[in-house]
Structure formats: C-alpha cells, structure tokens
Design a protein around this ligand. Structure first.
Ligand code: NAD
Length: 260
C-alpha cells in the first residue's frame, strides 16, 4: 500500500516507534530510522528490516532536543530517500516528579523532545509535502494529551501542546492532501513504561508483575497493555486513502482510559 513512499519515524530504535517502523516497512515504505542506542544493534536492526521487507532502510542518530538536528534529519532524508511523504513524530522521554521538585532542565528536555522537535520537523518537511500535494504527519501524543496525572507536568504539558500543534497544522493544510493527526496511546509496555513499573515495584516493595497490574488497574479499564503493533496498524491506516479526509484528530488507543 505504501510502496515507494518515504517515511521518517523519530525514536524508532525502541518501543512504539520501532513497531511503527515495522508496520510502515511491511507496507513497502522506505524508512529513515532515528533514535539512540548501541551502534552495532541499530545497524543490525536497520539491515534486518531492509532484508525482511525489501525496502530501503537508513538511520540518522539526530538528537531531537536540538533544533538544527531536527531540520538536518528532514534534509538528510530528502537527500537520501528523495523526499518525505510520511513523518511520524514519536521520540519522547518522561520525567516523574511533583512540580516543586521538578528539575527545570528536565522540563526543558521533555518540552524540547516531546513537543518542539515535532514543530521543527513538521516545519522542515511541510514545503515538500505541499509541493507534491500529498503527505501524512502523525504525532504520537498520549492519553496524557487528553487528561492529566500527577507528577508528570512537563510530559502532560508537552502532549497537550502536541495535540494543539496537530490541530493547527491540520487546519493550515486542510485544503491540501496533507493530513496531520495524533495518536494517543494509553499504557504500552515499552522501556519508557518499564522504568516506571520498576520504580514503583522498588518504592512499594512489591513484585514487578504486581506493580504492572496496579498501573493498569488505576488507569486502563481493559487491564491490557496496548502493543506497539497496534499503534503501527493505526499509523498505516492514517497513511491510507481511507483516512484521506481525516485531519486534526486525536485518536485514543487506551483500553478505555479516557472514556472514564
Ligand atoms: P521508548 O523509550 O521505548 O522509545 C523512545 C524512543 O525515542 C527511543 O528510540 C529513543 O532513543 C528515542 N529518543 C529519546 N530521546 C531522543 C532524542 N533526544 N533524540 C532522538 N530520539 C530520542 O519509549 P516509547 O514508550 O516507545 O515512547 C514512544 C512515544 O510514545 C513517546 O513519545 C511517548 O511519550 C509515547 N507514549 C508512550 C506510551 C507508553 O505507554 N509507552 C504511552 C503514550 C505515549
């Protein structure tokens, strides 16, 4: 379905981004991977995906906390893959602390990576998409883009902001075939969430399994984790013609979290 399209997935060396990258490559899209990790493992991942799906898979280790690196990621992709048709802004970090104890430098980092990087990549990729009159921008927000939880001020502010940015980009381009939508996952069992579960198990003196069940019970009525594959499948749908008139939306994949 996406044969010949060129896609960037930020933060695709792990978790949800990796699930999205697999889903897009399985549909024939050429990929620019991004994110941190061990160089040899990333190279094995890149070569493995290229072989598995028969598509071009490249890697750029841009640090998206930096404006110039966001722009360079888009330019590098345009140079190597010819253009950017699909932009998935997925890279994200978390920091958990009450506001009065929240380190200002962690606030700056969360806002830079979870929100500002999406502005910079969209700003850089839009002219090409508009010139070709086709594009799909998909921002990976969160249930925390729609509702709040204590101790996550920067994350909740960034994700609410990302939904606002999504709507503005959608409206500014509504008459073109460039769409911009957000996906709002609930709990997905990735390294980002595993760290929160491990911290909870240590603080409460309970097992990791018990802490994971507690985490789900508090927020996610299905009591099941969303999977990276499920987020990947929704991303593919948003890239399809079937989603051609969907823009400016925020789509929860959260087991009922935000229905409460
Ligand atoms: P993860 O930690 O598994 O992956 C994060 C990715 O972002 C990694 O590839 C990492 O290297 C990359 N990254 C981090 N800082 C970066 C930087 N400065 N520059 C470039 N890349 C950077 O986390 P995940 O759970 O897969 O999260 C992916 C996205 O999904 C995030 O935006 C997160 O907020 C969002 N999300 C996650 C959940 C969840 O339950 N896991 C729920 C809702 C939303």
């Amino acid at each position: 379905m996406l044969k010949g399209k060129a896609a960037i997935v930020t933060g695709s060396t792990s978790g949800i981004g990796l699930g999205i990258a697999h889903a897009l490559a399985a549909q024939g899209a050429n990929l620019m991977l991004n994110g941190f990790g061990d160089a040899a493992e990333i190279e094995a991942l890149r070569a493995g995906m290229a072989g598995q799906y028969g598509v071009t898979v490249l890697y750029d280790g841009a640090d998206l906390s930096k404006t110039e690196a966001c722009v360079a990621l888009v330019r590098h992709t345009e140079a190597q893959l010819g253009r950017v048709d699909i932009l998935v802004n997925n890279a994200g970090i978390q920091h958990v602390a009450p506001v009065q104890d929240f380190p200002p430098e962690r606030w700056d980092a969360v806002i830079a990576i979870n929100l500002s990087s999406a502005f910079h990549t969209i700003r850089a990729a839009l002219p090409g998409m508009k010139a070709r009159n086709w594009g799909r921008i998909i921002n990976i927000a969160s249930a925390h883009g729609l509702v709040a939880s204590p101790n996550k001020s920067a994350y909740v502010a960034a994700k609410h902001g990302l939904l606002g940015l999504t709507k503005v980009v959608a409206l500014e381009n509504a008459e073109t075939l460039v769409t911009c939508n957000a996906i709002c996952p609930g709990w997905v069992l990735t390294p980002l969430v595993q760290r929160q579960i491990d911290a909870r198990a240590a603080t409460e003196g309970v097992t990791v399994d018990f802490a994971a069940r507690e985490l789900l019970s508090e927020k996610q009525p299905s009591k099941r984790f969303t999977t990276p594959e499920q987020i990947g499948e929704l991303t593919v749908f948003l890239c399809s013609d079937g989603a051609g008139n969907m823009t400016g939306t925020s789509l929860p994949v959260d087991g009922g979290w935000t229905a409460q």
